[in-house]
Design a protein around this ligand. Structure first.
Ligand code: A3P
Length: 322
């Protein structure tokens, strides 16, 4: 029997078990051996009960703010780098460990009544996030929002133009989505961020391996948020029931639903949400309808399997003839 000094032993261990190089954090309180050595000053309650996983540009910020209007729902403290989003499960932040993650959350005053959550819109298309989330938060509820992936792609392009991304300013939307493999790296990278999150069925299947997921129609959140918020409250089992048809009002100037404040004033999302830009060109529309055709068919099968109705944008896409 041989042994080695600690550092060499660790090297040897990971040589033998390379798959264990990447940690997979679990809740320390779910295992007695872990709980016994978990510091007395710490709690396992500073973890979200549910997560809004995205994808980006589907209305995640509107949903986030509407959720925060509920008296029993609160979210994480802001991050200096990524603002309201923690972005733990999808980035290198994961290597910082669960203490780092838990520090973003307040200690709930009442574990059964308080609903902590986080919204990180990049979790949705992440390869690792579902497995990592399920290891730490096996009982969490997951919410995703879907809009027509073509509109999502265009909204992301406009978002990048507003942020003065060089490729987005230099190239038209059609150039971006139709760029070929030999195109400049910055163009290809923008193309991926426009197109990949919209491969909904692929990403959803990963989440469905671990979770029962609430799939919201983002177009409905935009036009009829009160009905969506009723559905969300039911899914979460949160009390008291908040009547969003009284708490929200349509602001004609903003062109979106906003929080109704005392005295009839409104609190809307900032300028970067609900931007004004020209409609998508027909050529790009046609290209994207074709690009997403197969994936939309897969999505319709997936929704059918789950016994869910097809959103109207998906029915329209499926009716288009190539
Ligand atoms: P656009 O700015 O392209 O119109 P996210 O918060 O996930 O980045 O999504 C942004 C999108 O949310 C906006 O995209 C807008 O269409 C949509 N949205 C839905 N409801 C909204 C609301 N009440 N206020 C502002 N934007 C809303």
């Amino acid at each position: 029997l041989h042994t080695l000094p600690p550092l060499q032993l660790a090297h040897k261990y990971f040589q033998l078990f390379p798959e264990q190089r990447n940690p997979l954090w679990q809740n320390p309180c779910d295992d007695k051996r872990h709980k016994d050595i978990w510091s007395k000053e710490k709690t396992c309650d500073r973890l979200p009960k549910f997560m809004v996983v995205g994808p980006q540009k589907t209305g995640t910020t509107a949903l986030y703010l509407f959720l925060l209007m509920h008296p029993s729902i609160s979210s994480n403290f802001p991050s200096p780098k990524t603002y309201e989003e923690v972005q733990f499960f999808n980035t290198n932040n994961y290597q910082k460990g669960i203490d780092w993650y838990m520090d973003f959350f307040p200690v709930p005053s009442n574990m059964t009544m308080d609903f902590l959550f986080e919204k990180s819109a990049n979790y949705f298309p992440s390869e690792e996030a579902p497995q990592r989330a399920a290891a730490l938060l096996p009982k969490a509820k997951i919410i995703t929002l879907l809009i027509n992936p073509s509109d999502r792609a265009y909204s992301w392009y406009q978002h990048q133009r507003a942020h003065e991304d060089h490729a987005a300013l230099q190239f038209t939307f059609f150039d971006v989505i139709s760029a070929k493999p030999g195109a400049p790296g910055s163009l290809r990278s923008l193309q991926s961020r426009c197109l990949i999150p919209g491969l909904y069925s692929t990403h959803l299947e990963r989440w469905l391996t671990y979770y029962h997921v609430l799939i919201i129609d983002g177009h409905q959140l935009r036009t009829d948020p009160a009905t969506v918020m009723d559905e969300v409250q039911k899914f979460l089992g949160v009390t008291p029931h908040l009547n969003y048809s009284q708490a929200l009002t349509f602001d004609p100037q903003k062109g979106f639903w906003c929080q109704l404040l005392e005295g009839g004033r409104t609190k809307c999302l900032g300028k970067s949400k609900g931007r004004k830009y020209p409609p998508m060109e027909p050529q790009a529309h046609a290209y994207l309808s074709k690009y997403y055709r197969e994936h939309n068919v897969e999505l319709s099968k997936l929704l059918h399997r789950l016994g869910l109705p097809l959103p109207s944008w998906l029915r329209e896409e499926l009716q288009k003839v190539s």
